[in-house]
Design a protein around this ligand. Structure first.
Ligand code: BG6
Length: 479
């Protein structure tokens, strides 16, 4: 029996990318330095680890003009190549493109009151070009690229002043682009603070007596910042405008039917859903207050702040979907860096297990809990790939993975789960966020650059390019 995989007409097939991993041009147009500009790539034997940045290295790395050591400074040069790259994406038929704005292009240090016009002019051109190519832009306001000045001068997000700096920045963007951009993601993967080794909060573990306390206080500041952005968006009275939060999907399932595995999975999931519970339901849930008490964590806040959060909940939930995993109480703990890989899942070079078929399961959890629109803001598979002699890249695993994900997503839509868009990560190979390698490739379009960013930089269509093009053309029928 032929399964009907046709997606609802208003559903958008797209792709997602971000500034720090694609643009390069790190010292052009008045841009300031951000954390990713100081990331060095890990070596291939350590590729399961993440780029690190220690506070003591910041000054030396900032002065270092050996830019090839810092892949995100040059990346794939999207800052210059976007007109050509967008044409290829339009050829694929992408209906939406998620990008992020580099905070340091708009506010080079982060605490200025007036924006850098050259930075805005770049995004004026980029956004217009995306629209001209038939794609709806989706914007992430902050995707891991905190201005380094806010780290050095203010200690990052633990400082409540960051709330105003961020809101000032976000207001400039929303005011300027809300007629062109409907969906805004305030902060990329707000829940990943204990997962990533690199400090996107601008907080250094070694400086903290109670690291969890500092991180949760920083997150509280991010909740306030997002609520203020929502409050501002409401004041524009643009009924189209949607302000959202984003989680990296890290829902765990129990490794076995043993109650200790089931209960550990529950607790792990609470610690992930806490962020969206606050931002979509409007208050700190009792389970997290209990956890804070147990861990000696005290959040500095006030009635007025809690009211602000309550009155300005987010409009949608964006998700990234890369891996699924189990927890085994014999070896895993509440630490999200511990997990157990289901032996039936395929694992890539970086140790990420991929299982597209479970997408519906996780979407059900979110939708049943929040009943709000969802967007798959990222979903993809990182692979080692090379051009063959005919200058082709065959990427069957990517096609298989996307097929599983999209079929599962379609089942979710049929069930009534309101997913607005699917953004594959990524339209084109980028520098990996975690490992800083170019060789962790995600794109439908291959970029001829190696880990030291040596190569022609030329773009080539992979097999998945034509595959996704056909999925989009038939709106899912070809799956
Ligand atoms: C998400 C990030 O966590 O995962 C992206 O939002 C990132 O920026 C993606 O690129 C894949 O991770 P990585 O480390 O393989 O690039």
């Amino acid at each position: 029996k032929k399964i009907n995989n046709h997606f609802p007409e208003n559903f958008m097939f797209g792709a997602g990318m971000c500034a720090a991993q694609a643009e390069g041009g790190f010292n052009e147009g008045g841009k300031g330095i951000s954390i990713p500009d100081l990331h060095k790539a890990v070596s291939p034997d350590k590729r399961k680890e993440h780029c690190q940045l220690n506070e003591r290295d910041i000054e030396a790395y900032m002065q270092d003009t050996n830019h090839d050591l810092y892949p995100k400074r040059k990346a794939i040069d999207f800052y210059h190549t976007y007109p050509e790259d967008l044409k290829l994406m339009a050829e694929m038929g992408l209906q939406c493109l998620r990008i992020s704005i580099a905070w340091t292009r708009i506010f080079p240090k982060g605490d200025e009151t007036k924006p850098n016009e050259a930075g805005l002019a770049y995004y004026d051109r980029l956004i217009d070009e995306i629209i001209k190519n038939g794609m709806q832009p989706i914007i992430t306001i902050f995707h891991y690229d905190l201005p380094i000045y806010l780290v050095n001068q203010y200690g990052g997000w633990q400082n409540p002043k960051l709330v105003d700096f961020y809101v000032n920045y976000a207001k400039v963007l929303i005011e300027r682009y809300h007629h062109k951009v409907k969906y805004w993601i305030c902060i990329n993967q707000i829940n990943l603070l204990f997962f990533e080794m690199f400090p996107s909060l601008g907080v250094f573990k070694e400086n903290c007596d109670n690291y969890q306390q500092v991180c949760y206080q920083s997150i509280h500041h991010q909740f306030l910042a997002c609520a203020k952005v929502k409050q501002f968006a409401k004041s524009l009275q643009d009924s189209d405008l949607m302000i959202g939060t984003m989680l990296a999907d890290c829902l765990a399932y129990p490794y076995s039917y043993r109650e200790k595995d089931i209960l550990l999975a529950d607790q792990r999931n609470q610690l992930q859903l806490f962020y969206s519970d606050v931002q979509l339901r409007g208050s700190y849930p009792a389970y997290i207050l209990n956890y804070f008490k147990e861990q000696g964590i005290k959040i500095v806040t006030s009635e007025a702040e809690l009211r602000l959060i309550k009155e300005n909940t987010m409009d949608f939930l964006a998700l990234s979907y890369y891996y699924t995993f189990a927890v085994n109480a014999d070896k895993d703990t509440l630490d999200p860096k511990t997990f157990t890989i289901n032996p039936e899942n395929k694992v890539n070079e970086w140790g990420w297990p991929a299982d597209g078929k479970l997408m519906i399961h996780n979407l059900r959890t979110y939708y049943e809990r929040y009943q709000c629109p969802l967007i798959i803001a990222e979903c993809g598979i990182g692979e080692l790939e090379q051009l063959d002699e005919q200058q082709h890249v065959h990427d069957p695993r990517r096609i298989d993975y996307y097929k599983e994900c999209l079929m599962s997503l379609n089942d979710a839509l049929k069930e009534g789960i309101d997913v607005k868009a699917f953004c594959a990560w990524s339209p084109i190979d980028l520098v990996s966020s975690g490992s800083g390698e170019m060789s962790k490739r995600y794109g439908f379009i291959y970029v001829d650059l190696d880990d030291h960013l040596q190569g022609s930089g030329k773009r080539y269509k992979k097999d998945s390019f034509n595959w996704y093009k056909e999925v989009i053309r038939t709106h899912g029928d070809s799956l």
